[in-house]
Design a protein. Structure first.
Length: 417
């Protein structure tokens, strides 16, 4: 999760000077005089703006609880002076900008995932096609006499099958390239890691439901086995509740604050506890064998390793299916091998699709967070207007970042949003 950094902003009065934020988005910033000292926690910058006075967003009081109800915030800002409201507005602006950056990174990750999934599905389709063509071409080659037109046509069909294998290999390479781009982008990796972590929690909730069903089916209420199972189930249930509480507490904290860092650590510990309780459920035999554990969820690194192995298998298969090898009976490629490769590709695509869908869920939640920030930001701006402040640039920024863009080609993602 990206963290907002509060800056010290020194405003300058200039006739006709530009506002803090243009409609297109980012702050217009320039370096402050070299002679002025700066702390490691606070970067001083000069912002050309219509704001008058010394503005230090880190001193804002209305951002101490980001979940404060709007009606209470309206009461909180009422006694604030114009200068104090300018500080509050700058603080809420930075919070909004940070949230918009989170949303943008997640949307980029979704687009990259879609490209990778498309390549994996194309590869699986090409392998399936190659398998069918190879079976037919090999049968015709065995039945045809060398040098006859029938043999020549069968050889051409075999070459078409090999071309399908090459296309599959190329599609896998494209999927690997898409994955490599994701790996190189630290911000996107952070987004993916968050989505994978959320996937594990979703799986834990499913396991909890399955464990309850298994207990009820296998044991009579009041029996020793029923009571023992209930202890494990209740432990996982409580761990999930504790995680929800930790995440809710984190939502109200100001990013980059010591409180935020402590609450983030609490969330990570709560997630680890959930996984420990899931393991207990599995070890006690309460979860069906077909239930997917957190360890079985394919993560980005594992998907990359699987694709690299598949690419090597396809290259080897293509080399072993030339006409002479098939005619001599030396081809070591079997239909079962190609079926397994196709199944592996479909499995990776399915896992990546699940991860993409979790990213979509995360984006939807982030957009809800953005709306909550804007609602509270507008309360501050309304109060600033009432006391003679200029909120034009802030409101233009809000308008510029408030829209929701939907990729209508991603039908699966649209269903999740």
């Amino acid at each position: 999760m990206r963290r907002v950094v509060f800056f010290r902003i020194h405003a300058v009065i200039v006739t006709g000077i530009i506002a803090i934020f243009a409609v297109s988005g980012l702050p217009a910033l320039s370096q402050e005089a070299e002679g002025e000292t700066e702390s490691t926690e606070e970067q001083s910058i000069l912002v050309e703006s219509t704001i008058v006075g010394d503005v230090d967003p880190s001193t804002a009081v209305t951002v101490e609880d980001l979940t404060l109800p709007v009606d209470q915030l309206e009461l909180l800002v009422k006694p604030l002076t114009l200068e104090e409201l300018q500080v509050e507005a700058a603080a809420w602006l930075l919070l909004l900008k940070d949230k918009v950056q989170e949303i943008s990174q997640a949307e980029i990750a979704i687009k990259r995932q879609n490209l990778a999934i498309e390549s994996q599905e194309e590869a699986a389709s090409a392998v399936t096609e190659a398998e069918a063509r190879l079976t037919e071409a090999e049968a015709k080659l065995e039945a045809a006499t060398f040098g006859t037109p029938e043999h020549e046509r069968a050889s051409e069909e075999l070459e078409a099958a090999r071309q399908s294998l090459r296309e599959a290999e190329q599609a896998v390479e494209e999927a690997l390239e898409a994955g490599a781009e994701l790996q190189e982008d630290e911000a996107l990796q952070e987004v993916l890691a968050e989505a994978e972590s959320e996937e594990e929690i979703v799986a834990a909730r499913q396991i909890l439901d399955e464990a309850r069903k298994t207990r009820d089916e296998q044991s009579a209420a009041g029996s020793a086995s029923y009571d023992a199972a209930t202890l494990h189930i209740d432990a996982l249930d409580q761990a999930l509740i504790d995680l929800e509480d930790a995440e809710e507490a984190l939502e109200g904290a100001v990013p980059e604050s010591s409180e935020y860092q402590q609450l983030s650590a609490d969330v990570e510990q709560a997630r680890a506890t959930v996984q420990q309780k899931v393991e207990v459920i599995f070890n006690s035999g309460l979860a069906p064998e077909e239930t997917e554990t957190a360890e079985e969820l394919i993560e980005s690194e594992e998907a990359e390793e699987t694709l690299e192995e598949i690419a090597a298998d396809l290259e080897e298969a293509e080399e072993q299916t030339d006409a002479s090898a098939v005619a001599d009976g030396d081809s070591e490629v079997s239909n079962e091998q190609l079926e397994e490769v196709a199944e592996q590709l479909e499995g990776v695509a399915e896992a990546e699709s699940d991860l993409k869908n979790q990213l979509v869920v995360n984006v939807t939640e982030l957009q809800g967070d953005r709306t909550a920030i804007i609602d509270r930001f507008n309360v501050v701006l309304d109060a600033l207007d009432q006391k003679g402040g200029d909120t034009t640039s802030y409101r233009k920024y809000i308008d510029a970042v408030s829209g929701i863009e939907l990729d209508i080609t991603d039908t699966e993602g649209l269903g999740v949003r």
